[in-house]
Design a protein around this ligand. Sequence first.
Ligand code: BTN
Length: 255
Amino acid sequence: MKITPIYYEEIDSTNNEIKRLIPQGISEGTVVSAGMQTAGRGRSGHDWTSPPNVSVATSMVLFPKEVNVYHIPRLTLLAAVAVSMAVEQLYGLKTQIKWPNDILVHDKKMCGILTEMEAHKGEVDYVVVGIGVNVHNREFSPDIAFKATSLDLALEEENSVTPTHCKDVAEAIWENFAKLYEVFLHTEDLTEVLHYYNERLINRNRRVRVLDPLGEYEGVAKEMLPTGELLVEADGQLKKIDSGEVSVRGIYGYV
Ligand code: BTN
């Protein structure tokens, strides 16, 4: 896949902008990044704050026409692995992954991913993978301050003086992602990253609360499956949790 970068100093949301560019015929692998977002969006209708020049806000468009529409959410988990690899390669920081796709360092969230898809008649029109990484951030709004961190803060905690650069982070993420995506197009599952992902899965063997719309319950998270589902042991039974329908949270706080 050829990666074609487009950069804006300021945009409402890189996910929104790349969607606006699709009708102009942009090719798969086009990436929109921005120095700041005025209306960045997170999962579950939350806002995602991207103040000027302190973080990565980047989105890639994909046209996986051959992939089964039900397998598309797995791309978010693939993107989480790409971010984790990028951070570890560039800065030697060990990352943790909170299922399905938050990237943490030292138990705090450093990156979030919002994947959006348009499909009709069971066929994928496009997928937009949007990634936000806190790089130089030093302050967070009071509602997230207890659970948020940035690359700089995490590196300082390790007494590292390695300078970080938003551009390097974005480039490394998409290079990793492009490689993983090529394999995914053949397998349509997460076998290639399963070991890597589960090694970093922060929920592993921890009690979680499963926020199932049909009834919440508690259990112990075991591992992610090649389908992207989280295996949870509850009441002596193993249950498969689908990230599209159900979320989990730690019972003692964020993780
Ligand atoms: C989350 O954890 O809630 C997901 C956050 C995703 C934020 C990124 S920043 C780049 C892209 N553009 C957006 O508007 N959102 C995503």
